[in-house]
Design a protein around this ligand. Structure first.
Ligand code: ZZB
Length: 260
């Protein structure tokens, strides 16, 4: 599986994360939460970033001396064999962080209409896929749409500052079948009530992938008016050329899909 690793620079850590990182000297260092995405063309519409609250993350030395990455230990290991670590095959873990301690962090979201976004909890983030960091695009990802709607309903229960949930979905891709907000359309169509409707969400995701890739047209950004199929590789290449992202591969068979 070929992902794009989006470098979301941390601008502000919550107190709990600062405690986890207390023993690390971050002077002169940049720290990035690395989000693994299959949809780099949707980065204009990032509204938040999700972590699994009960997962364990690490802070890792990267291939660039002054840049540290936050991701799951499993992803750090894969990265070490893709020229993304300080030394080939070697994982340098500087600290461990609990996912819930990252909730509330403020991170940069490359290409998004929202310059900086908040980290939120998502119970369905898998430790066995990607980096364990998921950038949220509620306009085009049914999972992200369902989680954002759920968190907005229960922000007191989750102890979330309502301010962190204020970014609305952004229209970025249009299709004849689902309009400008395909995630919302599909969640309504398939009667998805919550992030726990995993079967319907897997189905919605498949439909969204197909329709947006083959029939979608960009309605934002430099490639506005172009077909998604055409714009996608260009946007990915631009993100990588600008140092905002990198290619991240996952060996076959290691990926366990939620959709089975
Ligand atoms: C931004 C985005 C925008 C995504 C979109 C999807 C969509 P898949 O298809 O199952 O292989 N993701 C990445 N890592 C994880 C994880 N560890 N646990 C749960 N979800 C994860 O999954 C790849 C997509 O699932 C990734 O691409 C990421 O969300 C999320 F408009 O990034 B995506 C129709 C989907 N639309």
């Amino acid at each position: 599986q070929e992902y794009t690793g989006i470098k979301m620079e941390v601008c502000e850590f919550p107190e709990a994360a600062k405690t986890d990182l207390a023993s690390v000297d971050l002077n002169g260092k940049k720290v990035f939460m690395v989000a693994a995405t299959l949809r780099p063309e949707t980065m204009y519409g990032q509204t938040n970033c999700y972590v699994g609250p009960s997962l364990t993350y690490g802070l890792y030395a990267s291939n660039i001396p002054d840049e540290y990455f936050i991701c799951t230990p499993r992803a750090a290991k894969n990265m070490a064999f893709q020229k993304l670590s300080a030394e080939r095959g070697v994982v340098t873990e500087l600290a461990q962080l609990k996912g819930e301690h990252l909730v509330g962090a403020l991170v940069k979201a490359p290409y998004s209409v929202y310059d900086k976004v908040r980290v939120l909890p998502m119970e369905t983030v898998l430790a066995t896929k990607g980096t364990g960091v998921v950038t949220s695009v509620p306009s085009d990802s049914p999972d992200d749409y369902a989680t954002l709607a759920d968190l907005r309903k229960k922000c007191e229960y989750y102890h979330l500052n309502p301010e962190w949930l204020k970014n609305d979905p952004v229209a970025i891709i249009e299709t004849k079948a689902y309009g400008k907000m395909c995630a919302e359309t599909l969640c309504q169509k398939l009667k998805i009530q919550s992030p726990k409707d995993v079967k319907q969400l897997a189905q919605a995701k498949e439909l969204a992938y197909k329709e947006c890739f083959y029939q979608g047209v960009m309605i934002i950004g430099e490639f506005s008016g172009d077909k998604v199929e055409v714009a996608k590789p260009k946007i990915r290449a631009d993100l990588i050329a600008k140092g905002l992202a990198f290619a991240y591969n996952e060996p076959e068979g290691q990926v366990i899909s939620r959709s089975g």
